[in-house]
Design a protein around this ligand. Structure first.
Ligand code: SF4
Length: 618
């Protein structure tokens, strides 16, 4: 329960519902029964964090353990933050209202690089020293996980423990170790040394980094017996892995306000720009029966009338039609709509369309990613123009008239002709609508072309590639704008400035910790929000710290270079990534995991799709 001080400021801020807790299914425990308190911090506002599936899973899982109390903490928006500072109110947990300093663990999920300043700012608002070395006691252990933990180095001086891979088991093992060491009056250092022996745990303070004269990394040396390679944790049997049977139901509108059922992890595809596609290998599916049971429970316990079947590419679920048929048996009667996000162009069949028809026809979203076939081959998208047009035709005939198409600009080997082909593809989709005899009578087509800027990411075949400079990206954005000649196409593009900062941090090293520290002192936060982001302010800061941003964002790295994340092992070998990068230069594609195993390295876990019988074609 929030304090009297918080109550006094609630009516002065936008959306006070962000700060009060008390929602349906939020967990309140009696502190006298609690041995470990975990503050699960999402470094963005409530509406974003409450939509995040990983947080829902871990919050529920921790709270099923009788002696752990996990609470939610979100970044207060700037109006609330100003008042909290003015009234000397420290950051607090939403369930108890207690300050974060009362918690044993302070855990952050790192979903995007632009949230890094919020991580440090939340520690500052909690009045907790931001640097690990300034927190010598065995309390307030700061941990972090999520996709950005794959290159932990820009946050190495601030986080005590990074969780590499999937957190369900490893988090609890670390909490158990903490209880044991605290009971034995051991020091934080002793705890961290012991924790570093657990698979999936990375303790950055136990590694010493040396640099070459050109700024690249010379060596990465573990100390105190820490492993030279930190191998990710993963859960092999998703039917047995913990999944919540209810979610906290928010009282204010959030980004994704519906029940979410995870249907599989990983992705069979191997798009060469996609970090998630490599980090979460191999594909592991839940059974139809498990999904059906979990969907029913979620709807019953939350009251939601929509379930989203979540994964990186939902139409790639191997028994998608059987699943939808099973769910339709009760969902139609109970007026629950089933949504299938992340559809692939080649996955939207008549059969699937008829089974998700109950979902309002708000628009379909596909991601061809590149306009030309050559460039789609470079990125291994394995999507063809006639498939896209056929899919759109099917959707238009089925009553849809809105299509959103996502593209990336700045992809390796891209030319201005490739960019112009994005506009040409959009035009072909418009023409397909007007040729369709079964389109909605009297309704105009709406095609949105959305273009983001390519950011090279660790653990992808493009991890060595330079990002286009901001002027190059601007030129391509304008070229695309000029190439679109019809009002039926709406063109959106993301600012290149934020993608540039994302690129600096995504492939950064420990030298960036200094920049992060000063950014925190100077009040940087919410870099993912236009209201707060200033490229000029960041560039001044980099200059002040003697950091050449082009070194991180715009430099082509050699295959021989020791990369800042080379001590982390997600299973996919560097040799495989190099071979995929070379194939990209030749616009040669690689079959998906269901067609043929390409021996990426993940097969060493002997599970999931790596051991399943392959189909001849998908
Ligand atoms: S080992 Fe083969 S099947 Fe398994 S993830 Fe890698 S490429 Fe796919």
């Amino acid at each position: 329960m929030y304090s009297k001080e918080v109550e006094r400021i609630l009516l002065k801020v936008q959306k006070p519902g962000r700060y009060v807790g008390g929602e349906l299914n939020s967990v309140i425990k009696d502190k006298k029964d609690i041995d470990v308190r975990f503050a699960f911090c999402f470094p963005d506002v409530y509406e974003v964090g409450m939509s995040h599936l990983g947080m829902k899973i871990l919050y529920s899982q921790f709270n099923t353990v009788p002696y752990i109390w996990c609470e939610r903490v979100f970044a207060p928006w700037i109006d609330m933050e100003e008042l909290m500072i003015e009234r000397n109110i420290p950051l607090y947990g939403l369930e108890s209202g207690d300050p974060i300093t009362d918690f044993d663990f302070i855990g952050f999920t790192l979903q995007y690089e632009l949230s890094y300043t919020n991580v440090l700012n939340m520690l500052k608002l909690a009045k907790i020293p931001i640097k690990s070395k300034d927190r010598p006691e065995l309390k307030n252990i700061v941990v972090a996980g999520g996709p950005c933990a794959c290159n932990p180095e820009p946050l190495a001086e601030f986080i005590d423990i990074f969780f590499i891979g999937e957190g369900e088991e490893v988090d609890l093992e670390v909490i158990e170790l903490y209880r044991k060491f605290r009971a034995e009056n051991k020091s934080k250092k002793e705890f961290l040394i012991a924790a570093s022996q657990i698979q999936g745990v990375y303790v950055p303070a136990l590694y010493n980094v040396e640099y070459n004269n050109d700024g690249t990394i010379k060596s990465f040396t573990p100390e105190e017996g820490a492993p030279a390679k930190i191998t990710k944790r993963l859960m092999m049997n998703l039917d047995e892995v913990f999944y919540p049977d209810n979610f906290v139901v928010p009282t204010i509108e959030i980004i994704h306000d519906r029940a979410v059922e995870e249907i599989f992890r990983g992705c069979i595809r191997g798009c060469r720009f996609c970090q998630a596609g490599f980090l979460y290998r191999p594909v592991r599916e839940k059974s139809v029966a498990t999904i059906d049971k979990q969907c029913r429970e979620l709807c019953k316990n939350t009251g939601y009338d929509e379930v989203s079947l979540s994964s990186l590419s939902s139409s790639d679920y191997s028994r998608v039609v059987e699943l939808l048929t099973q769910l339709n048996k009760w969902s139609n009667e109970e007026k629950v709509s089933i949504s299938l996000p992340s559809l692939r162009v080649d996955g939207f069949t008549d059969d699937i369309m008829s089974k998700i028809k109950t979902v309002r026809k708000s628009g379909l979203t596909f991601a061809p990613e590149a306009g030309s076939q050559r460039l789609r081959n470079v990125i291994n998208k394995n999507v063809f123009e006639d498939e896209l047009l056929q899919t759109c035709d099917t959707a238009f005939g089925g009553g849809w008239s809105k299509v959103k198409l996502y593209f990336m600009i700045g992809l390796p080997t891209e030319t201005l002709d490739d960019v112009a082909e994005i506009a040409a593809l959009g035009q072909k989709v418009v023409d397909t609508y007007y040729r369709n005899p079964n389109k909605q009578k009297g309704r105009a087509v709406s095609v949105t072309v959305s273009a983001s800027s390519f950011v090279p990411k660790p653990f992808t075949p493009f991890q060595w590639e330079p990002q286009d400079t901001i002027p190059q990206l601007h030129e391509k954005q304008q070229h695309l704008k000029k190439s679109i000649t019809t009002k039926k196409i709406t063109y959106n593009y993301h600012e290149a400035d934020t993608s540039f900062l994302e690129a600096v941090f995504a492939r950064g090293d420990r030298k960036l910790c200094k920049v992060m520290e000063i950014a925190c002192q100077n009040g940087f936060h919410f870099d993912g929000w236009d209201d707060c982001f200033s490229l000029d302010a960041w560039m001044k800061l980099f200059e002040q710290c003697g950091i050449d941003t082009a070194f991180y964002a715009n430099r082509r790295r050699s295959f021989d270079e020791l990369l800042p994340w080379d001590h982390i092992d997600y299973g996919v070998t560097k040799e495989f990534l190099i071979s995929e990068c070379k194939k990209a230069y030749e616009a040669a594609t690689t079959p998906n995991c269901r067609q043929k195993c390409s021996n990426c390295g993940v097969g060493k876990w002997k599970g999931g799709i790596c051991v399943e019988k392959r189909q001849s074609m998908v």
